[in-house]
Design a binder for this molecule. Sequence first.
Ligand code: PLP
Length: 218
Amino acid sequence: MSVLDQITNLLNKHHAQLVAVSKTYSPDRIKEIYDRGQRVFGENRVQEILEKKDLLPGDIQWHLIGHLQRNKVKYIAPFISLIHSVDSERLLREINRQAERSNRTIDILLQVFIAEEDTKHGLDEQELFALSETISQGEFQNIQCRGLMGMATYTENEDRVRAEFRKLKKIFDSLKKEYFNQSNFDTLSMGMSGDYKIALEEGSNMVRIGSLIFGKRN
Ligand SMILES: *Cc1c(COP(=O)(O)O)cnc(C)c1O
C-alpha cells in the first residue's frame, strides 16, 4: 500500500481531512497526487500559490497554512478555500474587507501558539479568547471562523507533543462552547508528517502533511 493510501485509511478512521502540503514541490508533482484523488493542497507562501494555481486544475481547494501579511490578502481573497494562519485582529479585518470585495465568505482558522519555540506565529490563550469574543459579536460579516490551527514543538519527545495537542483540543472545546456554539466551528487543524498520528489520537480532524507524501524537501 502506498504512503498516501496508508495515511488516507488512518484519516478515514478518525473522520479527518488531509491537506497535502505542496510548498516547494513542482506543479508536476502536485498533479501526480491530484491524479490519485487528492483535491486539497496547502501552501505557506502567497506568491507560490499564485504561481502554481494557474498551472493546475481549477477544482483544487487551496489552503494557506503559513504566515499571511495583510498586504497580500487581496491576491488570495478571490479563491482561497481556507486560511489556517489568522493570528491578529488586524489581519482578520483585512481578510473580511477583501472577502467583501470578492463577494465571498472566507473560512478561516485561528492559529494558536502551543509550542515551546518562540519562533512560531500564533495567538496566546488570552489573545485567542479576546479575538473569539470579538468575532462572536458578529462584525466580520464575510468571515466564517471554522476552528483552530496549531503546531507542536519540533521534538522527539512524544509526551510533550501529545500534551501540546491535548491542550489545543481542550481550548478548542471550550471556545466552541463559549463563543461558537451556534456556528460551524468544527475544524481542528493539527498534525504534520512527523506527528500526525499523535494529533489524530488527540482529536485532530485536519492534518497538514507534506514531506511524507511528496518526499524530502530540498
Ligand atoms: C510545511 C508545513 C507543514 C507540513 O510539514 P511536513 O513536515 O512536510 O509534513 C504543515 N504545516 C505547516 C504550517 C507547514 O509550514
